[in-house]
Design a protein around this ligand. Structure first.
Ligand code: EPU
Length: 418
């Protein structure tokens, strides 16, 4: 497995291009299952998770063509309704095929994803919603078996907003008979992006981006040609990297509206920020001030940026408290950051961070995507050499991260591990 080696201490300078959003691309590529012609997707990031979803779609019977950042999918030959354990365990977002399979093939057999490093992550709300639309659901030998002759619209209330749950049920409801109303729906930009794509396919979805989404079912959807929105978490990660290294960075081809919570916190930290139409200029300033952060569903501060922000607070002036409210076990980076000299104490769902003057490079590793990104950021500002191992996770969600940092002046390289 590859590792990343970083010699820290270089302020990042220059311009960075933001890739397409992983968490928008995944459900949008899956939505090709809802129709039977060629769909074209542009600005699809080159990531391991994208390879995994394409492998699954192909296994289900879809034809796939990949040409750089353009992906074409034709699900006319959709025939296999089973998503096997081997693929679902690698990537939880595979659960997104559940509702489209039931909507198109009237049946689905999808492995239960199980827990992951950041929490138990149940899918009970996906299943409860699908049952509400009339599907028969049973759990057998680690698989969800779902079937319905024709889904029928109804009102679905989510106890907690769920991103992929909202996306899954929007896809089911798009082809259901009658009207579905999703209440306490997730409001993330990725949900809106999927709703936009489904509407271009002929669906009738209103209210995406608010807590109440209404969907009038239609008998069929048509193929579409669309572009994937920029990745707001990659945007935030580079913005934090600029503030952390006292750099001067123009983050290009992003959607500033989607990162309001991050911009607000970075301004409080003391960074100078100028927002353009599709770009954000971030200039880091010393000293980095401490601020408290609490993660929330969108438009709150994203849980996917919590680990990266904790690195920033590790070298800030004073004391900060970071509280995680979305996932129950998302502090796995803390023990590794401590090994790099950070002063962090975890108590329940909060971490108290006492800023230190500097971090010191060390061999580290993480078992989650965003935790791995936070360790790369820590390496960029630490003295000496940091070796981030097991970067399999990083490659799942960041496109060529080390190449992008190299272009900004960082001393960072990828090496094969023994
Ligand atoms: N939840 C339930 N039951 C459900 C579904 C969710 O209790 O049926 C709970 C979860 O356990 C969690 C909360 O609801 O406590 C929110 O989870 P959500 O379902 O929104 O998460 P997700 O859809 O599985 C997506 C992203 C994650 C991101 C979260 C939160 C994708 C493919 N994944 O996950 O992204 O952290 O929303 O914003 O969209 C990442 O990219 O690194 C990543 C983990």
């Amino acid at each position: 497995m590859d590792k990343i080696i970083i010699e820290g201490g270089v302020p990042l300078q220059g311009e960075v291009h933001i890739s397409g959003a992983k968490n928008a691309a995944l459900p949008i590529l899956v939505s090709a299952l809802l129709t039977d012609g060629w769909c074209t997707y542009q600005n699809v990031p080159r990531l391991r998770d994208i390879d995994s979803i394409l492998q699954l779609l192909s296994m289900l019977g879809a034809q796939i063509e990949v040409d750089g950042y353009t992906v074409r999918i034709n699900a006319a030959g959709l025939k296999n309704a089973e998503a096997p354990y081997d693929l679902v365990r690698k990537m939880r977002a595979s659960i997104l095929v559940l509702c489209p399979l039931v909507a198109r093939l009237k049946t689905a057999k999808v492995s239960l994803p199980g827990g992951c490093a950041i929490g138990a992550r149940p899918i009970n709300l996906h299943l409860k919603g699908l049952a509400r639309l009339g599907a028969d659901i049973t759990l057998e030998h680690g698989y969800v078996l779902a079937s319905a002759e024709r889904l029928v619209g109804d009102e679905i209330y989510f106890e907690t907003p769920t991103v992929t749950g909202t996306e899954n049920l929007m896809m089911a409801a798009a082809l259901a008979q009658g009207k579905t109303i999703l209440k306490n729906a997730a409001r993330e930009p990725e949900v809106v992006a999927l709703a936009d794509v489904l509407n271009q396919m002929g669906a009738c979805i209103k209210g995406a981006g608010t807590a109440v989404v209404s969907i009038e079912g239609v008998p069929a959807l048509k193929p579409v040609s669309v572009r994937i929105i920029p990745d707001r978490i990659e945007t935030g990660t580079f913005m934090v990297a600029a503030a952390l290294t006292q750099g001067d960075l123009l983050v290009r081809d992003c959607e500033p509206e989607h990162v309001g919570g991050i911009i607000d916190k970075l301004k409080q930290v003391g960074a100078a920020i100028q927002v353009g139409a599709k770009s954000i200029h971030v200039k880091g300033r010393a000293p980095i001030e401490s601020v408290d952060v609490k993660t929330f569903p969108y438009p709150g501060f994203p849980t996917d940026m919590q680990a990266q922000f904790m690195v920033l607070m590790s070298v800030a002036r004073g004391l900060s408290v970071i509280s995680e409210t979305v996932f129950e076990n998302r502090f796995i980076h803390v023990s590794e950051l401590r090994r790099m000299g950070a002063d962090i104490t975890v108590s329940g769902h909060s971490a108290v961070i006492k800023g230190v003057p500097s971090l010191s490079g060390a061999p580290v590793m993480a078992t989650d995507l965003r935790a791995s990104a936070s360790l790369v950021l820590a390496g960029l500002v630490a003295s000496g050499t940091t070796e981030v191992n097991r970067i399999y996770h990083l490659d799942r969600g960041y496109e060529a991260m080390e190449t992008k940092f190299q272009k900004l002046g960082a001393r960072i390289r990828r090496e094969k591990s023994n």
